[in-house]
Design a protein around this ligand. Structure first.
Ligand SMILES: [Zn+2]
Length: 200
């Protein structure tokens, strides 16, 4: 009898650890319940490489500060596709860059948007690296590399632009403050805050 209880406890503990590990492994893209406090441009520009290294994960540093590119169709892209309504902020400085309203499925393996949600926060510049001429997309506040933008590819979107963005450069803030697509009926309406921001 006692042995039975012992085994049941061991099994329950084991299951608990399994669930915990699954939960930990679930999200590569940071998900914040509240809109992060964005850094000022002045503060962001003051940060040294060493300070950025401390603030960012090695992968975020490689993408944002060294213009790296994440693996296509990776875990972060799967997460991005599953995310519901919300806003996307710079993982470096917290500035809002994109929202789910501009998100579309281009099937390219990286998060795609047809426009920034806050045009003033997203800058572009010519990138001549890799024997190509591309338009690089950067965060206007911290100068972090986000990805590239391609025009005229024939996507049925209002702009026919594809902002091909590294999910690693983003932090997601769900509109309902709750994570991914597992929403209950009646929770679909966007928050008052995101509606207000649209007008900015
Ligand atoms: Zn930034």
């Amino acid at each position: 009898m006692k042995k039975g209880i012992f085994l049941a406890v061991v099994a329950a503990l084991g299951f608990g650890i399994y669930v915990y590990a699954q939960d930990k492994a679930k999200s590569v893209m940071p998900v914040a319940k509240e809109v992060p406090k964005a850094m000022s441009r002045e503060d962001a520009m003051k940060l040294t490489d060493e300070e950025w290294k401390k603030r960012l994960t090695p992968e975020q540093y490689r993408i944002l500060r060294q213009a790296g590119t994440e693996r296509s169709n990776g875990q972060i892209y799967k997460e991005f596709k599953a995310q519901g309504g919300g806003t996307y902020h710079c993982a470096g400085c917290g500035t809002e860059l994109f929202s789910s309203k501009e998100k579309f499925d281009s099937n390219c393996g990286w998060p795609s948007f047809f426009d920034p949600s806050k045009a003033k926060n997203v800058k572009t510049r010519i990138d001549r690296s890799g024997f190509m001429v591309r338009t690089e997309v950067i965060c206007a506040i911290c100068g972090g590399h986000l990805g590239h933008v391609f025009t005229g590819e024939g996507f049925n979107t209002p702009t026919d632009k594809r902002y091909c963005i590294n999910g690693t450069a983003l932090k997601f803030v769900p509109a309902n403050g709750a994570g991914t697509t597992q929403k209950k009926e009646g929770e679909q309406k966007p928050s008052k805050e995101s509606e207000e921001k649209k007008g900015e």
